[in-house]
Design a protein around this ligand. Structure first.
Ligand SMILES: Nc1ncnc2c1ncn2[C@@H]1O[C@H](COP(=O)(O)OP(=O)(O)OP(=O)(O)O)[C@@H](O)[C@H]1O
Length: 410
């Protein structure tokens, strides 16, 4: 699909649509109140999860990216649009269960759950119409599974803001509008071009029109509209930005964060409740995380205990999994201990299929050890010996932390 090739035409369409979105923004809540927000899962997160950091320019995105991924891209610049090229890095997902399993099994190889984090250029007002650098990045993050939306709540006058003042609610509104308009642009393009092909099912066009109604007429993220099960595969094929779950990360002033000052958070919580109902909000101070990053593990422990706080980074990574209703189970042998990512409430054959499609096709049973039993009885052999490892069939719903050996037909 020639995505950029269609932009000029669509800019005009979206330019005329913009006031409509602005007007209808306040109606989103009323619209949501009348919707039975669908429980069907949008997106198709696999074993390797991808999350993009999105937000206005110069608000701490690159610094957060470096802290999350433990990469050093040099000192973040204190000026807007410092990030020009798309950057991504893999980060192991912190999981004390996985650590314990490895500690006891001492495998030759460890493969923890991994998250790929993408840093993006800051989005500005009219980014969807080509302003700033963020437009190209929006295309880059189409394939992520979820979004970390960083919101500036720190006042620091030395750090310039493209809108000249610090106003988290205005920024939230700008970013959501830009994502909505980008989705509208994408679907408009689809309706004008691809959908003319006889190969495109009528249902796809129907879903595209429904998306337009959702994002333009009602000013609502796609993830918050109600969708029928049969519409979901078409939505997933569009890879829409507002169909992705969002975790709102509020970048606070260091003192406010350390003193657990709730005041800067309250208005943001109210905004999210109204415009992005149900999404997670996590406070942090990127500048404080940066200081923790420089400490040795011992110093870090001492500093956190003195200040009665902890780094928010593990919580942030885990929130990505919760936002997508994902969990981990483990396979554990002497050679490899590996964490596998699956949606919660996955049945055994599908969980086995996360390893290889053949495992699902040739599924026979799973030998399951509950993580708590492993923790209590020390080894998988001990659990087996006292009947704590049980054989389960295709109807078994895999539980978080299960240690599993799959029996596959030869
Ligand atoms: N909580 C905070 N308090 C004070 N200063 C902060 C805080 N968080 C980040 N900063 C500062 O903001 C500046 C911009 O940070 P950074 O370069 O990470 O932003 P960015 O969003 O990636 O910018 P761009 O989109 O332009 O690339 C840096 O000087 C950083 O130290």
């Amino acid at each position: 699909m020639n995505y950029f090739g269609t932009r000029i035409v669509l800019q005009n369409r979206c330019a005329s649509a913009r006031p409509k979105v602005l007007r209808s923004f306040s109606s989103c809540q009323a619209f949501l109140a009348n919707q039975n927000v669908s429980r069907n899962r949008l997106g198709r997160p696999g074993n390797h999860l991808k999350i993009g950091i999105v937000g206005m320019p110069n608000i701490g995105k690159s610094t957060l990216f470096q802290m999350l991924t433990k990469t050093n891209l040099g000192k973040p610049a204190n000026y807007p649009f410092a990030t020009i090229d798309p950057v991504s890095a893999k980060v192991p997902v912190p999981d004390p269960r996985y650590e314990l399993l490895c500690e006891r099994m001492k495998p030759e190889k460890r493969i923890p759950a991994q998250l790929t984090v993408y840093d993006t250029a800051g989005l500005v007002r009219n980014a969807s119409k080509g302003q700033g650098l963020g437009n190209a990045f929006l295309s880059n993050i189409r394939t992520v599974d979820a979004i970390f939306q960083l919101v500036r709540a720190f006042p620091e006058p030395d750090v310039t803001h493209v809108e000249e003042t610090v106003d988290p609610l205005r920024d939230l509104q700008i970013i959501q509008e830009e994502l909505l308009l980008k989705d509208a642009e994408f679907v408009e393009s689809f309706l004008k071009k691809e959908s003319r092909s006889s190969k495109v099912p009528a249902k796809a066009k129907e879903v595209a029109k429904k998306v337009l109604q959702c994002v333009l007429d009602n000013g609502c993220p796609v993830s918050k509209c109600s969708w029928l099960d049969e519409e979901v595969p078409f939505l997933n094929s569009f890879n829409l930005l507002t169909a992705k779950p969002v975790v709102y990360l509020v970048n606070m002033d260091e003192d406010d964060f350390l003193q657990k000052n709730k005041e800067p958070l309250q208005r943001i919580e109210a905004w999210v409740k109204k415009h992005s109902t149900g999404d997670t909000i996590l406070p942090l101070s990127v500048i404080f995380e940066e200081q923790l990053f420089l400490l040795s593990p011992e110093e870090l422990e001492e500093e956190c205990s003195n200040l009665h706080v902890s780094s928010q980074l593990p919580k942030i990574i885990q929130s990505g999994y919760s936002a997508l209703s994902l969990m981990h189970y483990f396979t554990a042998g002497n050679s490899i201990v590996q964490a596998w990512t699956i949606p919660v409430e996955t049945k055994a054959p599908d969980a086995a299929g996360a390893i290889h499609t053949d495992f699902k096709k040739k599924f026979v049973a799973g030998e399951i050890t509950d993580f708590e039993d492993f923790q209590n009885y020390g080894t998988l052999e001990a659990c087996k010996a006292i009947g704590k490892s049980v054989v389960k069939g295709k109807d078994y719903v895999v539980q978080p932390g299960d240690i599993i050996y799959w029996r596959i037909a030869r």
